[in-house]
Design a protein around this ligand. Structure first.
Ligand code: GLN
Ligand code: ZN
Length: 768
């Protein structure tokens, strides 16, 4: 039995990679210094894994930006717009690489970055390969080989190259023109993989890990056949190379039969997401084959201590059927998705800390499990197991996790709690009368520019460097200025500006019971950008109102309606590390009840319009179609619970961005928000088609300008978008607003853009 690992976080336990990349981009360090940081992170990672007893250690899992982008460069899949840059003699390999990742606007070039999208159901973003009908591929990078040699120098024969498999590489990409199927490029792509394998074999690789995470999706017969073709061909060409095929985040599902028939040496199973898969496999004639199983029993997507006894049982079942020699033990997926090292935390709550494991600690868990089978008398491993059982038992009973009153409240929820008093058709006229808004009412999504001084006040407050009263006074001044300015330009529904918030989830997490925050628990989101998700460890409760003070203050300044601003339960859930000891649904409903209480308090404080942001509803969608209905059912229920405690006259808004709605429109409609604001400007209102086709009954604010760019939109272009929207939706249902919050923008462009937006709304009103 062997301990192995699929991938390790590459940002460094103190975000060394982030710092080095940003220094390099700013021109403060040169390419050699950046390379040196990369080398040092890789060396530390390999040594850490080696010391933990991992016998097959991934290499080529490092990346300066993204592993899919790396594969584009390795295979020469470089979009044509970058050719002039690439051909300049002074362009270094990393210059081209970062230009593809981030765009390039220098020295007469204006090259758009490659598109970025979420990696399966994680919060990691990869760069989307761009393919054309005449696409050619060629081996254009030595990185894989260099890193393998480097790893061998440090951990010897334990080094195992990791490659994104060709089918996933193609399917994760996009056709940039019509008329061909990117999967048909396989025959052109495979010779590059062949060259890679020849070189790796010559360098002494006997095991290679191929990641084909598309196997966790619903695949067509053609796609399954491509998997068969590729791995059959590898086996014929390279019988001496042992292929470990890895997919994760889901069961193999309908792809299982294809996978089991592949001539590979080992198959990895994500037994955290899909424990039943083991029995499904053992039921077949798998025992009669030679193929090994890699059991992913340690959760690579979450931060909780592994239940070793439980993992032991799973492993034992496999051992009984296959024997120890055919078993590898591993985390469920690459550890890229968890923070690096719990040891780097100096201040985290000591009780909760004992229940946590970050990447480094997870390696130790994998290794302990193997030791427990290889040397059942090993005293150290037995001591770890005993302590683990104790901690798991403590966590099961801990008073600070389990609050009977909270659980009871969720258990007692009824259909009435998830429904407004009256249907929308009744609420709409009541709200119209109460709010007295013009047609095409204007509003914004919540946040206003977070200037340097706003951020520095918040930081000082956090460090306790200024008195609370001074901080509060500062936030009030900023809020008042924002209110005055919104009145002046004539917006209809105002916002307080969110100056007191660092982040839309962290702000609420800090005010709710059941959350803790790490200091260093960073996870790569994309490139140099890292996020530090809150950790939901226990039953969630709201000890006191969270936003009422700021919203009520803002409302006291103006006769115009001020919109209360909350983050929705699904988004809070989705952007946190969630406890694994109860269904996600239950945790979500607990959060929903906390938000509901806040909504009710806002209403009582005289706030008549309340927005509950749910930008993450779509991204929580399970990878497999068959699981989506169940998720959407509880996600929508959670939103409705949060929104339904108010009277008919109170107008509930929600906001979503980065979403497509076609396949979930009926569920969006079931959320029954009085108004939904969405990002549409980049798609030129195309996203509205789903709403129109569905005859979506409630009000909609299609974003009329892209807030991701400092560019100021003209009145005319926004009028045009509004006319387009009016072509597909009834005018009385249309709101006018930007695509999203404005916190990353600066005031000058924000002011001009909103002045133009109000002007656009006015001129459209005149035409009806
Ligand atoms: N209210 C939030 C803001 O304006 C919404 C952010 C989001 O949708 N991502 O910043
Ligand atoms: Zn948004």
């Amino acid at each position: 039995m062997i301990a192995h690992n699929l991938g390790y976080p590459r940002i460094g336990s103190h975000r060394e990679l982030k710092r080095a990349c940003e220094q390099f981009w700013a021109g403060n360090i040169d390419v050699n210094q950046l390379e040196a940081t990369g080398r040092e992170i890789r060396r530390t990672n390999w040594l850490t894994q080696h010391a933990a007893g991992i016998a097959r250690i991934p290499c080529n899992d490092f990346s300066f930006y993204d592993q899919v982008l790396d594969m584009c460069l390795t295979t020469g899949a470089i979009p044509k717009r970058f050719t002039p840059l690439a051909e300049r003699p002074q362009t270094g390999a990393l210059d081209l690489y970062f230009a593809m990742a981030r765009g390039y606007q220098q020295q007469g070039f204006d090259l758009k970055a490659m598109e970025m999208t979420k990696w399966f159901d994680t919060n990691y973003h990869y760069l989307v390969p761009e393919f054309t009908a005449d696409q050619s591929f060629s081996l254009t990078s030595e990185t894989i080989f260099n890193e393998f040699i480097e790893a061998q120098g440090i951990v010897g024969t334990a080094a195992k190259p990791v490659l994104l498999g060709p089918v996933s590489f193609l399917l994760l990409g996009k056709e940039k023109e019509a008329g061909f199927d990117r999967l048909d490029l396989l025959d052109r792509l495979l010779p590059v993989y062949e060259q890679i394998l020849i070189r790796l074999q010559a360098l002494g690789a006997d095991w290679i890990q191929f990641d084909e995470p598309v196997l966790s999706l619903d695949l067509t017969t053609k796609q399954q056949a491509a998997i068969q073709q590729v791995y059959g061909w590898f086996h014929e060409q390279f019988p001496a190379i042992n292929v470990l095929l890895a997919s994760y985040f889901e069961c193999y599902g309908a792809n299982l039969e294809t996978v089991l028939a592949l001539p590979v040496s080992a198959i990895h199973l994500d037994l955290v997401r899909c424990p039943s898969q083991l029995d499904d496999i053992l039921k077949t004639d798998f025992a009669q084959q030679q193929t090994q199983l890699s059991l992913g029993v340690v959760d690579g997507r979450n931060v909780w201590l592994n239940d070793l006894a439980n993992a032991q049982q799973l492993i034992q079942r496999a051992v009984d059927a296959l024997g120890k020699d055919r078993i590898l033990v591993a985390p469920s997926c690459s550890l890229l998705h968890v923070p690096c090292d719990l040891d780097a935390e100096t201040n985290i709550d000591p009780e909760v800390r004992q229940w946590l494991a970050f990447a480094k600690q997870k390696l130790a868990e994998v290794s302990t499990l193997v030791t427990l089978f290889a040397h059942p008398d090993d005293a150290a491993a037995l001591a770890v197991l005993a302590r683990n059982k104790q901690l798991i038992a403590n966590r099961r009973q801990a008073a600070r996790i389990h609050k009977p009153a909270v659980k009871e409240r969720v258990a007692n929820l009824t259909a009435a709690d998830a429904a407004r008093n009256s249907p929308f058709s009744v609420r709409q006229p009541v709200q119209a009368q109460a709010l007295d808004l013009p047609l095409y009412p204007t509003t914004t999504i919540g946040s206003f520019p977070q200037t340097e001084s706003v951020r520095s006040y918040r930081a000082k407050r956090k460090k306790g460097q200024i008195p609370v009263a001074e901080y509060d006074a500062f936030i009030e001044t900023e809020t008042e200025a924002a209110i005055r300015w919104q009145e002046e330009i004539g917006l209809d529904v105002l916002v307080h500006g969110e100056f007191e918030r660092n982040d839309m989830v962290e702000y609420f997490g800090e005010l709710l019971d059941g959350f803790i925050f790490s200091e260093n628990g960073w996870v790569q989101s994309y490139g140099s950008r890292c996020v530090k998700p809150p950790i939901i460890y226990g039953d969630v409760e709201r000890p006191a109102p969270m936003t009422v003070r700021w919203s009520a203050y803002a409302q006291s300044l103006t006769p115009k309606p001020v919109k209360g601003m909350l983050t929705g339960p699904v988004t809070i859930l989705q952007w946190s590390f969630v406890r694994d000891d109860q269904p996600r649904r239950d945790t979500c409903l607990q959060i929903a009840l906390a938000i509901r209480d806040e909504v009710v308090d806002l209403e009582a404080a005289g706030i008549n319009v309340i927005q509950i942001d749910e930008p993450a509803i779509r991204e929580g969608l399970p990878l497999r179609r068959e699981n989506r209905e169940a998720y959407l059912t509880w996600a929508v229920e959670a939103f409705r619970v949060s929104a339904s405690g108010v009277q008919d006259h109170t107008q509930i808004h929600t906001h979503m961005c980065y979403s497509e709605f076609n396949d979930i429109i009926e569920h969006i409609a079931r959320m029954d928000a009085d108004v939904i604001t969405i990002e549409t400007s980049r798609s030129q209102m195309e996203l509205l088609d789903a709403f129109a086709a569905f005859n979506y009954p409630n009000e909609i604010g299609p974003g009329v300008y892209d807030i991701h760019s400092p560019r100021v939109p003209t009145v005319a272009e926004m009028v045009e978008l509004l006319q387009k929207a009016s072509g597909v939706l009834p005018a009385r249902n249309i709101w006018v607003n930007p695509d999203c919050g404005l916190k990353t923008r600066r005031w000058p462009e924000t002011k001009q853009a909103l002045i133009n937006m109000v002007q656009a709304a006015r001129s459209v009103r005149e035409t009806v």
